[in-house]
Ligand binder design. Structure first.
Ligand code: 2HA
Ligand code: ZN
Length: 271
């Protein structure tokens, strides 16, 4: 039998959290990730069969009862997870009454799931309602995108159109555009509800002056979405540094042509 610490699931999360840190998007304890794990992915490990602790969550997750999540711990640094996965990650299962999680592995020095866990669970509920293949909620602090939330109107149409036009790939990767909530206090169920409401229509949601939530069916998909959005924001920033004057751009017709060839449905409220 294999130890869970050696599973591809832990390796993948340890690697991606380090990459998020390495990009400069998760300073200190910034960022959090939750990855829904399928029961069939857990059959090979003998050290996750016993409940180590039951941890209350400030949320009613009854409709997620029995689901497994690999979740970053509260207060921990993404730069460290790669070296201390068993301390800074936890494998949890939502209890039958939805008010707690059973800890099966990790959080070895007594930690608990990220303070944003209720937001993550609401996000999973919203994404799963859209498509049953959705498994990842990832939060980080991408520099250029956050800067744009100071200088641009917090309008989903305006933001999405800027990001779509910064590179040809954008529309293909997030044809629905990007959601934005107002500035709110993090770690609360209120911000979770606002984020989850946006995740019904968008896979990525901006928290102004704070960061980004990206979701997906896989870790790569959620990370790739975040990378593409931040790359677009970076190009926008560099354009401003070059004087901001645009000589040519991607037109609306170009976006529609792209969507047709790449077989994606652009958000017609924005284009
Ligand atoms: O987990 O980023 O929003 C730390 C944060 C909270
Ligand atoms: Zn944050």
């Amino acid at each position: 039998m294999t130890k869970f610490i050696n599973s591809p699931l832990v390796k993948e999360v340890a690697k991606i959290t380090f990459r998020l840190y390495d990009h400069g998007w998760d300073e200190r304890n910034g960022g959090n990730v939750s990855y829904r794990i399928l029961p069939e992915e857990l059959t090979d490990y003998d050290d996750i069969q016993m409940v180590k602790r039951t941890i209350p969550i400030n949320f009613d997750g009854r409709d997620l009862a029995g689901m497994y999540f690999l979740v970053s711990a509260t207060g921990r640094y993404f730069k460290n997870i790669i070296d201390f996965p068993e301390r800074d990650l936890g494998l949890v299962r939502i209890t039958e009454d939805g008010k707690a999680v059973d800890l099966l592995w990790g959080y070895s020095d007594g930690a608990a799931p990220t303070s944003e866990f209720p937001t993550h669970l609401m996000g999973h509920q919203a994404r799963l309602a859209e498509h049953s293949d959705q498994r990842v909620v990832m939060h980080c602090h991408p520099t250029n995108l956050i800067a744009m939330t100071f200088t641009q109107k917090l309008d989903e149409k305006i933001f999405s159109r800027i990001l779509w036009k910064m590179q040809t790939e954008s529309l293909v990767v997030f044809p629905e555009g990007i959601g934005i909530i107002p500035w709110m206090v993090p770690g609360t169920n209120k911000i979770g509800e606002a984020t989850a409401a946006k995740l019904k229509d968008f896979r990525a949601v901006i928290w102004p002056q704070h960061g980004l939530f990206g979701t997906g069916a896989t870790i790569d998909e959620a990370f790739g979405l975040i990378e593409t959005i931040e790359k677009a924001a970076q190009i926008w920033t560099v354009i401003q540094q070059q004087g901001g004057k645009i000589e040519q751009t991607i037109t609306d017709q170009d976006l529609l042509d792209l969507a047709k060839v790449f077989n994606v449905q652009p958000n017609r409220a924005f284009i």
